[in-house]
Design a protein around this ligand. Structure first.
Ligand code: HDE
Length: 698
């Protein structure tokens, strides 16, 4: 079966055998019998008791009773999509993995994005790490790259994972709070486990609040190993870089979205794919020759460390495009089973103790979640490569395995399936010896330097957001000693940071620096340096009422839609509004059903009567003010400029002599080319974070 671009896709072809649709069919039981009625149970008399023999009732209720499976213990909430990975640069010098060597190949994939701490029904826009898990259906078998949107992790050794997850999940007595790290147990864990500090800097940064899954980086986190045809190993870190740049929401906005549209990121992914605006990511690798293993001031096996891109550049090798939504959430997104141990020849592991524990966990967890060892046969999990082995039976065995022998070696089936030979998986040969010991390597001991590197690399506005996040989260901790403990660690990261956070949470700030800041920076870490040249998939609200200048609505709509954005006309009610020139403008949505937090920008076209009405509508005034406070592009034309004044955005004189900052506020008399060009640029900039906004009440 062909993909949307008309290319052959073996995975979609395989899935097609399992897809069923209701059109033109008759209702049957699971046994294929057509009941004559599915609305009334079988009774002894119209008002009599229900009969046991009603097989249809029993089957229907029984199946319903068993509809739920356990949610994932972490990463329970997710959204998935199919796509294709195309290789541009061959890595044949480093690996035998065919999909990384042959540039003529396009590999089908399934990707699942997720939050970590929340339950399946929690909101998308919580402060959290995001999972970015990719299953490559390669011709040599499945390769799963089970990554996150942050390149480091909270802990160094997998044996701490249950402790960490118990600390971040809702607290045991009352299961509060849902999908939030702002509570005592998480921060208690943090203050007693300083290896968390680097990751906590990421978690308190805007990286934890992605605007869209299409605007989020992904990282394999661990150091893996590529192995070439000669058996030579090369260390590798995997990176996904979104084509649209890495962009985030404002913290206040995320909390409001969680109520207005808890499915915000999931819906965004779905809509983009439905609209043909396919999310795209570049796969990059950082390669480190085996002989350089010890050349860094950190250990490559320590998952709380990055390799700064300035030290080892990220080499782009291919492109991932997500172009197909699943047909059924449960069948595909819920039942997909990722496993770090799913590797293909040419990709191998390292001794990272976090990675090693994960190798145990994923297979184990799928057994309980998906109910037995045959989950690889579920359509979304099936490799496109042939599967033949001596595994037999188990719950829900789908294959009818023929033949007399289910063992190796055998002579009765001609020795088949045959073992080894060309293209088989050979483990990397590494000499290993050492004392049996429960101990962390000394090379894992520095918990602060890279947290400092991250802090140093942030722009002023990013630093402000980080301080705000620490204050919010620690401010929710009831135990003062927990707040003090965290400030104690922050003091080792950066003195100013510790002082600013301490001041916000009522803790005595450190008097003098306890650790000198090393002053190093890695510009690649700052979102300030992300590409800001596209409005693809951005959502723009055009506020209007009767009497609107329909020419301006059309000009703004054409310019932004032409550049790839999605424009929606919002008015007090659904239907149509009368334009100033007598024509009609169709309303996309009634304002009370949406909110500014669901848009990237707002535009107020002219039309005296329209603007007079909007200025008397609290929803409209708040819409504009809130968009401004969330640093979004705000556009106004002619009389529309008056609404900005009404919202308290313009016309304000500050006591300190400062004037109103107008970055990202685009106004003009007449919707000419300059206005729309400036507007498109202001929207492409994503947000105008440096804008002064404390005077606007929203
Ligand atoms: Fe996971 N993780 N993890 N994790 N993880 C799971 O597997 C685990 C870690 C990640 O969309 C579970 O099927 C341990 C790092 C993603 O289905 C479970 C440790 C990274 C997903 C599990 C880690 C991840 C999971 C829960 C420490 C980034 C969602 C359900 C040793 C590199 C995959 C499941 C999806 C899911 C265990 C740490 C990423 C329990 C023990 C580091 C993206 O097996």
């Amino acid at each position: 079966m062909a993909d949307p671009a008309g290319r052959d896709d073996p995975k979609q072809e395989q899935l097609e055998q399992y897809r069923v649709s209701p059109e033109g069919t008759a209702l049957t039981t699971d046994q294929g019998i057509r009941p004559d009625d599915t609305d009334n149970s079988l009774k002894a008399g119209e008002r009599g008791p229900t009969l046991m023999e009603d097989f249809h009732l029993r089957e229907k209720i029984t199946h319903f009773d068993h509809e739920r499976i356990p949610e994932r213990v972490v990463h329970a909430r997710g959204a998935g999509a199919y796509g294709r990975f195309h290789l541009d640069e061959s890595l044949a010098e480093y690996t035998t993995a065919e999909f990384l060597c042959d540039t003529s190949l396009t590999t089908p994939v399934f990707v699942r994005f997720s939050t970590v701490a929340g339950s399946r029904g929690s909101a998308d826009t919580v402060r959290d790490v995001r999972g970015f898990a990719t299953k490559f259906y390669t011709r040599q078998g499945n390769f799963d790259l089970v990554g996150n949107n942050m390149p480091v992790f909270f802990i160094q050794d997998g044996i701490k994972f249950p402790d960490f997850v118990h600390a971040v999940k809702p607290e045991p007595p009352n299961e509060i709070p849902q999908a939030s790290s702002a509570h005592d147990t998480l921060w208690d864990f943090v203050q007693l486990q300083p290896e968390t500090m680097h990751m906590m800097m990421w978690l308190m940064s805007d990286r934890a609040l992605p605007r869209s899954y299409a605007m989020m980086q992904g990282f394999g986190v661990h150091t893996f190993r590529l192995v070439n045809a000669e058996g030579r190993g090369t260390f590798v870190k995997f990176h996904w870089k979104p084509k649209l740049g890495t962009h985030s929401l404002a913290w206040d906005e995320t909390q409001k979205i969680a109520g207005k549209d808890p499915d915000f990121n999931r819906r965004d992914l779905w809509d983009r794919i439905e609209d043909g605006d396919h999310p795209e990511y570049e796969l990059g690798v950082q390669l480190v020759p085996a002989e350089d293993e010890h050349r860094f001031d950190f250990d490559l096996l320590d998952a709380t460390k990055i390799i700064p891109e300035e030290e080892v550049p990220v080499r782009p090798v291919g492109r991932l495009v997500l172009d197909r939504n699943p047909d059924n959430f449960f069948a595909e997104t819920e039942q997909v089973a990722f496993h770090l141990g799913n590797v293909v020849p040419g990709i191998d592991f390292t001794n990272d103790p976090l990675l090693q524990a994960r190798l145990f966990s994923y297979l184990d967890t799928q057994l309980i979640r998906l109910g037995g060892p045959n989950f690889p046969q579920i359509p979304v999990n099936r490799p496109v490569a042939d599967v033949r082995n001596h595994h037999r039976e188990g719950y829900h065995q789908m294959a009818i395995q023929r033949g007399q022998s289910a063992y190796h070696k055998n002579s009765l089936s001609g020795g088949c399936p045959a073992v080894g030979g060309e293209g088989s998986y050979t483990h990397f040969q590494e000499r290993v010896d050492g004392n049996k010991i429960r101990k962390r390597s000394e090379s894992f001991a520095d918990h602060y330097s890279q947290a400092t590197l991250f802090w140093n690399s942030m722009s002023d506005w990013e630093k402000e957001h980080i301080v705000g996040a620490f204050r919010f989260e620690l401010g929710k901790c009831d135990h003062k000693h927990v707040r003090e403990g965290v400030i104690g660690h922050l003091a080792h990261v950066d003195h100013d940071l510790a002082v600013q956070v301490a001041q916000g949470v009522g803790v005595e700030p450190p008097q003098a620096p306890v650790t000198a800041n090393h002053g190093r920076v890695s510009p690649a870490l700052s979102q300030d340096n992300a590409p800001k040249d596209s409005v693809q998939g951005r959502k723009i609200a055009i506020l209007a009422a009767d009497g609107v200048d329909s020419g301006a609505v059309a000009a703004v709509g054409d310019a932004l839609t032409g550049a790839g954005a999605v424009c929606e006309v919002l008015a007090a009610q659904d239907g149509f509004i009368q334009a100033a020139n007598g024509g009609r403008v169709e309303v996309t949505r009634a304002m009370p059903t949406v909110a500014s937090v669901l848009y990237d920008a707002v535009v107020v076209p002219g039309g005296e009567e329209s603007v007079r009405t909007l200025a008397q509508d609290g929803d409209a005034v708040h819409f504009v003010a809130e968009a401004f406070v969330h640093c979004k592009a705000v556009g106004a034309l002619d009389a529309g400029i008056g609404l900005l004044e009404r919202a308290g955005i313009t016309g304000v004189r500050f006591a300190d002599g400062d004037t109103v900052s107008d970055t990202g506020v685009v106004t003009a008399e007449g919707a000419g080319g300059d206005f729309t060009d400036e507007l498109v640029k202001a929207v492409a900039a994503h947000r105008h974070w440096t804008r002064r906004k404390d005077h606007v009440p929203a």
